[in-house]
Design a protein around this ligand. Structure first.
Ligand code: FES
Ligand code: FES
Length: 174
């Protein structure tokens, strides 16, 4: 089947197998290997991208279902060499260890913040419950999302409130 899809701002037209998953189309056809596969059970969220502005697990969507749509991957977030605020917040808050879950976490976090620009810790944890971190770095991930929320709304964010805590934060944990 022929599909036309805009991915990270570029339009592509390709013939795909009806059974091809969107994640495989992105990675294998378009080379968007920033979107990763972490499971075969639709549980981990590592493959999360935005489809017409909303997060989806791209291992659970067929490429043909993206026909006519806009897809944004982790590779399409930075602008003019500047990281997206959520990417920057993950960096600033040491919200990754191996980094495998990070693309999906960031894409899901952006969707979460679009729905709730000022989530408390519980809301962040609930919003990210479909994304698993095998390094169990959830504490810093939650901090990063709240930091991004504050900065995106013009505030200083929890990162600024934690001056002096860096040793404790850098130890990782849950
Ligand atoms: Fe898609 Fe795990 S690879 S949810
Ligand atoms: Fe390793 Fe999350 S940082 S899986």
């Amino acid at each position: 089947m022929r599909i036309t899809v805009t991915v990270d701002g570029t339009k592509y037209s390709d013939d795909v197998e009806p059974r091809q998953l969107l994640v495989h189309y992105l990675r294998e056809r378009l080379g968007k290997v920033g979107t990763v596969v972490g499971c075969d059970t639709s549980n981990c969220g590592a493959c999360t991208v935005h489809l017409d502005g909303h997060s989806v697990k791209s291992c659970s969507v067929l490429a043909v279902q993206a026909d006519g749509s806009e897809v944004t991957t982790i590779e399409g977030l930075a602008r003019d060499g500047q990281l997206h605020p959520v990417q920057q917040a993950f960096h600033d808050n040491h919200a990754l260890q191996c980094g495998f879950c990070t693309p999906g976490m960031i894409m899901q976090s952006i969707d979460l913040l679009a729905d709730d620009p000022d989530p408390d810790e519980t809301a962040v944890r609930e919003g990210l419950e479909g994304n698993l971190c095998r390094c169990t770095g959830y504490q810093n991930i939650v901090r990063a999302v709240r930091d991004a929320a504050a900065k995106m709304s013009g505030g200083a964010g929890p990162e600024a409130e934690r001056v002096g805590e860096s040793q404790q934060v850098a130890g990782g944990g849950n």
